[in-house]
Design a binder for this molecule. Structure first.
Ligand SMILES: [Zn+2]
Length: 274
């Protein structure tokens, strides 16, 4: 086991994967984040590309899923994929949705978050700089994932996911554990004014110390802290930041900015054990 940022790195069958220590301690859960290593894709997708529809061969992507799932303890048949478009719609899924978006086409669009309380329904969330969020309610035994790029972060998808779990499962925010996976860090997420304005319009972020002016018409935004602040305002107390920046680790992780968009995609998976 190695440590990257706050995250624990393991390797099984030649495939590395990452854990958050707080989620690892939850024996009722299995979770893992992929890296860009250990897959069969070639060229700009080398090697562990888990993004369909990026131009890579579908056969290679499926084989990557098989390898990643086998290494990290998931069944490919149980995966359910999001349909991320930087919005805030959350979908409740169950056993009948297993395989959607991986082994068969997904019947939904514009879904940036998934929630379930069924075991062996493995929720996938994608990113290559965008922030993947994992949610676990050990009291109601319910879970969720959400994709928070800067748009989703500013639109409050973290809080929308908490609300969805409250509504669907009777979750109390107080009981929730939320994990922040590998994504672009405050060190590297430089933006210009329109993005900053979008954050300043969110009252809980305006004074939250997640924006730093660089002085050259550029700002840096801390998406990890922005999501954490939104979660705290929603009543969540247990938040673990992985503190692992994709842009700083281009040999280990997919980063949209580091590759100029010519890249594969990473996946985080969370499921309730059967
Ligand atoms: Zn960085």
């Amino acid at each position: 086991m190695q440590k990257f940022g706050n995250m624990l790195s393991y390797e099984n069958q030649g495939v590395p994967f990452l854990h958050l220590s707080s989620f690892e301690k939850q024996a009722w859960l299995n979770h893992a984040f992929a890296t860009r290593l250990g897959g069969v894709s070639t060229g700009v997708y080398a090697a562990m590309n888990l993004g369909f529809g990026r131009g890579d061969s579908e056969k290679a992507v499926l084989e990557n899923y098989r390898r990643f799932c086998s290494a990290a303890g998931f069944s490919i048949e149980n995966l359910v994929a999001t349909a991320q478009t930087h919005q805030t719609r959350i979908l409740r899924v169950g056993a009948s949705e297993r395989g959607a978006g991986i082994l068969r086409p997904k019947p939904w669009h514009d879904i940036d978050g998934l929630v379930t309380n069924e075991a062996e329904v493995s929720l996938c969330v994608y990113g290559a700089d965008c922030v993947p969020l994992l949610f676990a309610d050990p009291v109601q035994r319910a879970i969720g994932v959400a994709h928070a790029g800067w748009r989703g972060t500013a639109a409050g998808i973290a809080a929308v996911t908490v609300s969805a779990m409250e509504r669907e499962f009777g979750t109390r925010a107080n009981d929730l554990l939320v994990g922040i996976g590998p994504s672009i860090g405050p060190c590297c997420f430089e933006v210009d004014e329109p993005v900053v304005q979008a954050f300043l319009r969110v009252s809980v972020l305006a004074d939250a110390h997640c924006i730093t002016e660089q002085g050259n018409g550029k700002w840096k935004i801390d998406l990890w802290e922005a999501n954490a602040q939104i979660l705290r305002c929603a009543g969540v107390r247990q938040i673990e930041k992985g503190m692992l920046c994709t842009r700083c680790h281009p040999d280990l992780l997919w980063s949209h900015r580091a590759t100029g968009g010519k890249r594969g995609g990473m996946c985080g998976i969370l499921s309730i054990r059967g």
